[in-house]
Design a protein around this ligand. Sequence first.
Ligand SMILES: *Cc1c(COP(=O)(O)O)cnc(C)c1O
Length: 482
Amino acid sequence: MRRNADLIFTMSKPGRRCADLPPMDVPETTLSDRFQRKEALPLPEIAEVDLLRHYMELSRRANGVDNLFYPLGSCTMKYNPRINEDLAALPGFTDIHPLQPEHTVKGALEVLHLLETYLCEVTGMDKITLQPAAGAHGEWTGLNLIKAYHAHNQDFARTKILVPDSAHGTNPASAAMAGFDIVSVPSNPDGSVDTNALRELADEQTAGLMLTNPNTLGLFEKNIVELAEIVHEAGGLLYYDGANFNAIMGLVRPGDMGFDIIHLNLHKTFSTPHGGGGPGSGPVGCKEFLAAFLPAPVVTEKDGDIVFDDDRPESIGKVKAFYGNFLVCVKALSYILNLGGDGLKNASEMAVLNANYMMEKLKSMYTLPYAGPCMHEFVLSAEQLKKETTVSALDVAKGLLDYGIHPPTIYFPLIVHEALMIEPTETESKETLDEAIAALSEIYQTAKENPAFLHEAPISTVIRRVDEVGAARNPVLKYDHR
Ligand SMILES: *Cc1c(COP(=O)(O)O)cnc(C)c1O
């Protein structure tokens, strides 16, 4: 049986159909020559059952949280509860138009307002914008708040953003996009930010510090209050990259740590789909003294009514059409209401427990360059393994595909050589974690006994090992069926 799906075009047989058009109930006319195609449209002709099998087969080739364990560090690939989708699909939400008069979308305003209220509560911030479409977009929005704040104070010397060397690449990239110069802050041998170096670097040119906590090594910054004080005393603001918020929901709040601005990734922490699964959302929260600069409009309560407030003379301006990705907000609100405060806290506790469980089981094989306990994720290194066996982090990642497991994040953070960054999330069972531990143990053994096998991995996937550089530089995204 043919199982490796051909293209739908090569499966085409003249005359096959999977649709019957209804009889025409208007008079037939002939289009003028100008509008006529010169040749027939090359549509595939195919029977309904073959069409269905074709797309089912293709869907099986796609890897996602719905079909396999996906411990992609830093990305929080948790299960997305289907009730979120049901609620976001309600016609009252899907059938509204962003240009509808405000008094006809009061329910949608309430959704936005409620979500903002909960996000303020969980982060310790005073005001939130739901406009940004992703984490990186949130960073850029937050950096513009910092810029607006210093400009408001006529403090134009503050052109530098401090970014720890463990930061996600989007941090320096967003700071550069917002027009700042980037100053890298070194890490201590234990993976935390070097407070002495920070004290030296923070000065009257410092616009702010961008910090991820827990950091990209999965470690909670022990000196967080001191770090915040150093930057504030130098006159800078504190930006919290909340992409790792899944570790701390209901346990600790960035607002209480001294941070002025935060972004969240609804598509990570709050269970809305990532990437191809749907658009993202990167809300930005801030303290009251920055609220005037937030993108317009904001949703506010006025005389007991919830309204859009467009009268924002100090706003940095719009960062996204209308009010961001509204249906993503509906899904995140559904998640929050379903779990409740205790449920969110429990989710974070389980995420941290799962990560520590895996870390403990694996650290005797792959090296743990920065000692735990970890938060919701941990970073191992295959550097030693590579020295001994020539099997690299890339080979280990490819090997996992043959076990039906999505690889972890590799070669990030940059301060760990041959990094394997594993984030199991709270939604995985102990059995799944044990299977992944067994797979990584077997790969470790294979590396010692038959490294050549892992250089060839994966062997069971439809596409074997690809030339990743070539695929990125010269992508061929189109099939020419003629
Ligand atoms: C994912 C992530 C980002 C960027 O978020 P996007 O939604 O992918 O733009 C920023 N910082 C950290 C630490 C992240 O993990």
